[in-house]
Design a protein around this ligand. Structure first.
Ligand SMILES: [Zn+2]
Length: 126
């Protein structure tokens, strides 16, 4: 799944912009960490994953639909992606990181996302 490696996509940039304006420092695409989280601060031990609703199959999201053809294949594919994401999150947590998943569709409401990120980031200490 190469697409999820793409950096600088709209949703990711929206999250970066907000985290930046909230005054938090971060690195992007941190390859030294499991799953190369989109944003991470190793000193403060937090990581943010920005997930496209389609590829990561956002549960209950209208953007996470199955294509009409080869549905079983796609279902398996999306299940694999979901499992991989779960493994990533588990591995990060095992290293003592707090992990936040932001879905693509959640980046449309910037005001709401900003509040959420602010709350989540202000809980991190150290
Ligand atoms: Zn979604």
């Amino acid at each position: 799944m190469q697409l999820q490696r793409r950096s600088g996509t709209g949703p990711e940039q929206a999250v970066r912009r907000i985290v930046h304006t909230l005054g938090h420092r971060y690195r992007i695409g941190v390859t030294a960490l499991p799953g190369s989280p989109d944003l991470a601060n190793r000193a403060r031990r937090w990581a943010i994953l920005v997930h496209g609703c389609y590829w990561h199959h956002h549960p209950g999201c209208k953007r996470a639909g199955l294509p009409k053809h080869n549905r079983d294949w796609w279902r398996r594919k999306f299940n694999e992606n979901t499992r991989r994401d779960a493994r990533k999150i588990k591995a990060l947590k095992a290293l003592g990181f707090r992990v936040l998943v932001v879905w693509e569709c959640e980046t449309r409401d910037v005001g709401r996302l900003r509040v959420r990120l602010h709350k989540w980031l202000s809980r991190s200490n150290g």
